[in-house]
Design a protein around this ligand. Structure first.
Ligand SMILES: [Zn+2]
Length: 372
């Protein structure tokens, strides 16, 4: 019982102690299935179940880190007319615990519960990136989720915010799919005027943030304590292009940044060129039916590609040369050339002189010269 109260976890044998409750078909197994189906409990790796509602609720904001401003995920109603302003709505029932259980279960990053914050509506996790340990705080405010990242200054935690944001976004999308709810959320910053129910909604493409209810425009474009969540690609990425490195989901942010020049792409055909099946692409289309969501569709294609879904490995795998080819096949030569140039500029600067230029890198050069 103490395990349940302090850690929110229990094992099936706890239920077996309540023998009077279970009769005939109503067995502990059936009860567990039912609780899982209703997203009240989540199965953990160690044959135990996580019941967040057994934990106390969070009511102390004093310990939250301040150097990096929090990033919000705000759920918005599905507007009947696209030009109507959208009101914020409640986070779908059961989504919050799924998000951090999935963060703990995913394989690309090492994620553990941090000891200091574990409530039904707030949790802190340790995330290891390149062997560096950062602390992630995720708080359920019922109309939005607040995310904080903290870590020793020598590790420059602000440089890792974009990568963490992509990880959380992917986790929220997958958790939403698991409980069959739409991805109707937006990224936002806290309202600078602290107006109630007002969110400073972020437009990622144009790097602007506008309040949903008030007319504040206090967040400067240069305020890195906010915009670090939407930073540029990492410096090391050019070397990876040069070596035609195999990519995984931890590279999502870098890849997306290099693709930010992509305009009016047929994302369906792009996804197909990356090796994704028709049914996967149709599923993405259902999640993002509006034409202005093309950028999100490209993101979802890249997630699937980096996860090596469908035929990705047979179409050349998740590496730069496949990506460049898929861009060229979809009339995005400017972006393809930009990526190739990026790799060349590293070589000129000699920042990676020790590394041999691989055969594949030479073939990248060839792609370029064939183009001219
Ligand atoms: Zn505001």
């Amino acid at each position: 019982m103490t395990r349940l109260k302090e850690r929110g976890c229990f094992k099936k044998d706890l239920l077996e102690k309540f023998s009077g409750v279970f009769l005939d078909d109503f067995t502990p197994d059936y009860f567990i299935d039912l609780l899982e189906h209703l997203h009240i409990i989540t199965k953990l790796k160690s044959h135990s179940y996580f019941l967040p509602s057994a934990l106390p609720s969070y009511n102390n904001d004093n310990d939250l880190p301040e150097s990096i401003k929090p990033l919000y995920y705000v759920w918005l109603e599905e507007a009947k007319d696209e030009w109507e302003p959208k009101n914020s709505v409640h986070i779908p029932q059961g989504l919050f615990p799924l998000i951090y259980v999935r963060l703990l279960q995913q394989k690309e990053y090492d994620v553990k519960f941090a000891p200091n914050l574990k409530y039904r509506d707030a949790v802190s996790l340790w995330v290891y990136i390149e062997e560096k340990r950062f602390t992630l705080y995720i708080i359920n405010r019922y109309k939005h989720i607040e995310v904080y990242l903290d870590g020793p200054q020598k590790y420059c935690p602000q440089n890792y915010c974009p990568q963490v944001r992509e990880l959380i976004t992917t986790t929220i999308n997958k958790s939403s799919d698991a409980i069959n709810v739409k991805h109707n959320y937006a990224n936002a910053f806290p309202c600078p005027k602290k107006e109630k129910q007002c969110y400073c909604i972020v437009n990622e493409e144009y790097k602007v943030a506008n309040c949903s209810k008030c007319d504040s425009n206090d967040i400067s474009k240069n305020d890195e304590s906010y915009w670090c969540w939407f930073g540029l690609e990492s410096d090391s990425i050019a070397a990876g292009i040069k070596d035609d490195a195999l990519l995984n989901t931890t590279h999502l942010h870098d890849v997306r940044m290099l693709l930010r020049g992509v305009k009016s792409i047929d994302w369906f055909s792009f996804g197909f060129a990356l090796g994704l099946y028709d049914k996967t692409l149709k599923r993405i289309e259902v999640d993002y039916p509006r034409s202005q969501d093309a950028n999100k569709c490209v993101r979802e294609c890249l997630v699937k590609w980096l996860e090596k879904a469908d035929d990705v490995n047979d179409k050349g795998g998740a590496n730069w040369s496949t990506l460049i080819k898929a861009l060229e096949d979809n009339n995005q030569n400017t972006t393809a050339d930009y990526i190739i140039e990026k790799a060349k500029s590293t070589r000129r600067e000699g920042t990676n002189s020790k590394k041999q230029i691989s055969k594949k890198a030479i073939s990248l050069d060839k792609t370029k010269s064939d183009d001219q």
